[in-house]
Design a protein around this ligand. Sequence first.
Ligand code: GDP
Length: 422
Amino acid sequence: EEGRPLVRIVIVGHVDHGKSTLIGRLLHETGGIPPEKLESLKAISARRGMPFEWSFLLDSLQAERDQGITIDTSQIRFRTASRDIILIDAPGHAEFLRNMITGAAQADAALLLIDAAEGVRDQTRRHGYLLHLLGVKQVAVVVNKMDRIGFAEAGFRAIENEITSYLGDLGLRVSTVIPISAREGDGVSANTARTPWYTGPTVLAALDGFDAARAAQDLPLRMPVQAVYKFDDRRIVAGRIETGSLSVGDDVVFQPSGKAAQVRSIEVWPAPAPADAPRVLHAGQPAGITLDREIFVERGEVLSTPANRPHAARQIRVRLFWLADEPLEIGSQVIARLATSEVRATVSAIHDVIDPGHLSAFEARSIGRNQVGEIELTLARPIAADPYGVNPRTGRVALEFGGRIAGGGLVISIVERELAAT
Ligand code: GDP
């Protein structure tokens, strides 16, 4: 439907605190699950002598996906009263944290789930910290399994205080804290008589209160180049407009090379009649363009306007979350990925390491698994980069180490030229 705001959310929290159960419930209560599907899953559970689990819904959707059918569980959709919600990246997904830090999962908002009987755990704090680090500003906390503590208000308030103070110390404002039982259905689409002391929003109401992404269109133009295709005598520069918009006739530059040209045409496939050819592209759209002159540009460069271009960075300061078992040390060699560019990089300094479980910074020469630190990366060659505060889309970095994504975070600041050797 046109006009319904689209909100991309993640559901995070300690394993087993009930994320899959809540998702199953949400899908069911928003009408996303055919009744016969639910019945057949309940029948299978009964046949096997197992209690029905809402998380089976997710597993069965996942199984269908593995067979190439219907639903992509990495992008579950449902609707609230006035929003379309896309749930990015199902929990339990092995690549979940990696996808979050690489920005593959760019969420507008998040639900942070806590088991009422287990309380706030280190993993809860880590996930909260990640939301902060990734700039997810809208967070609702869901205290699940209230049935396990007899729907006691005191237990709920203790968790509410602990988590809001932790997230508050990070500067993250919690929109609401909601007591629920995902398994039994309290607080998801309706509050029940078992929480008479709670008058706040349900989970669905909280989701309905989240705002859609800030219009990426209002930011300056950035189009990271994915590929350059040659057709006959034409070169088509392909990418995706991350922010801003682009029109035929615009003067553009590519960073870091600094090469300049004018946009001659916007290419779409199949080619429309000339009168219908698009003249402008907006944030979020894939783009293929031709230029008015032959310049050599390649994957990794970022197209912008001449007046507002990304830096040609030689060194970047990154606030980093580290996931690998092996610590990151001064002198470690990594591959830094920013938008579509990839570059070898060396860790040249480490500052302010913290353990998100405790939030106190300490001096360290390495960053261990699940720790956060600010590092300086010296790049093997200049690449286009923006500070995160200037452009959240192009201001993120993922680090590959030992052949896999091992960390990621935000570009805090940029040095354009290599510092003189001392
Ligand atoms: P996830 O690892 O966070 O996705 O957790 P799951 O959704 O798989 O749930 C873990 C276990 O907690 C399952 O056995 C669920 O049945 C159980 N569970 C989930 N929600 C509730 C709840 O509201 N009350 C109780 N008592 N158990 C729940």
